[in-house]
Design a binder for this molecule. Sequence first.
Ligand SMILES: CC(=O)N[C@H]1[C@@H](OP(=O)(O)OP(=O)(O)OC[C@H]2O[C@@H](n3ccc(=O)[nH]c3=O)[C@H](O)[C@@H]2O)O[C@H](CO)[C@@H](O)[C@@H]1O
Ligand SMILES: C=C(OP(=O)(O)O)C(=O)O
Length: 439
Amino acid sequence: MTTPLEEQQSVLEIKGQTPLKGEVHISGAKNSALVLMAGAILCSEDCRLRNLPLLADIERMTQILAAIGVKLNRNGDVIDINAQDIGQDQAPYELVSQLRASFFVIGPLLARLGMTRVPLPGGCAIGARPVDLHVRGLQAMGADVRIEHGVVHACVRGNRKRLQGAKIYLDYPSVGATETIMMAATLAEGETIIENAAQEPEIIDLANFCRSMGARIKGAGTNTIVVSGVERLHSTDYCVIPDRIEAGTLLIAGAITHSEITLNPVFPEHLASVIAKLREMGPQVVIEGPDRLRLVPAPLRATDIKTLPFPGFPTDMQAQFMALLTLSEGSSMVTETVFENRLRHVAELQRMGADIRVKGNIALVKGVPFLSGAPVMATDLRASAALVLAGLAAQGTTIVQGLHHLDRGYDNLEGKLRKLGANIRRVNVVDEPEHSIVN
Ligand SMILES: CC(=O)N[C@H]1[C@@H](OP(=O)(O)OP(=O)(O)OC[C@H]2O[C@@H](n3ccc(=O)[nH]c3=O)[C@H](O)[C@@H]2O)O[C@H](CO)[C@@H](O)[C@@H]1O
Ligand SMILES: C=C(OP(=O)(O)O)C(=O)O
């Protein structure tokens, strides 16, 4: 993995229009692995997580947990976590501010210690991303919560030691808030009911992980989750699900370069809306088994996309799909409903010749016959993937800057694409300064 300095000094150089071919391995899901690492705090015994992706957010989460007294030992894609000796130390702001999932330690810490302080989180700059639903959930379970100087202070109210089960209706099926409440509820006294809960595959993975430690959780994957609190959890050995967003990104790499590629492992049911939309556009997605997909290319037709909570179309695939739509015959409408500022990749795609107009949260994409390679700047994680995809299809050379975004959430994307035949390489701009000129 690259260091932060290398990330700043590196760009991706992509020579486009090289066909891809072959099979690609899908890593463990970033958004599952991160919350499972936080969930391991719930248990004071050994927890082993397998199939961890190798990426910067996981590295930072490891550092955050270490800073609060958790013992971690990582060996490849396996990590051993022991949270027996967690203390009252505050997770360091410099780390927490870099990723959203860092905030997810609040539920487990509060449940284990009865009090905690966690700085407000960072993550992709795609909207305001408040934590009010997390806070209101914890308050309903008997916590006093206040935010001072950018730090959330939470403690169990009165002289009780444990949080109390409660009935909580979420105004929005927030993934993070569902995860925070679910984790806090595993060790609470009594029953917690989460209504209008998020239904993402990562929620089911978290529930299965907590259940493997002895938690009592029903309904994960539906809009009502019921958690019956237990006094303690026990050790576990658990395997993270494959990353559906990495898989979706690679499916588009096949579609945009008109290449046949196979993905493994991937759970097709996690990608139902993505597969449906790809099929609507022309390419075939063949389900070859319970964990294997083959993309068969075809001429691309326009379609409309509207991001929604699961099982709707994932916001984390919107930018990559937009790259594909720029080269599809006809006009498409992309509506982003989950985050209020997640169309910043439009300006960069326009630099490559895309015909896109934005009105509020809607982007109107008119397909063009070709994109032209250009220097472009990644604005967030999935935007960076979209630019890589556009570069794979474009005529000439594309230089993608801002790789710290890509490296947060993809496990060696360029290595995987190179193995499929893409002409893509990471260039250190100190060695090759001609690559540093962007904008
Ligand atoms: C680390 C992680 O798992 N990140 C994922 C998680 O983010 P995250 O958990 O932050 O996403 P949420 O589902 O919570 O956010 C969805 C919407 O709810 C709003 N909201 C959320 C919480 C809250 O307390 N108040 C509030 O208003 C957000 O601003 C946003 O507009 O789910 C998102 C939606 O699928 C994905 O794009 C992210 O990749
Ligand atoms: C938005 C994302 O991540 P985060 O919530 O960590 O910013 C993402 O994975 O696309």
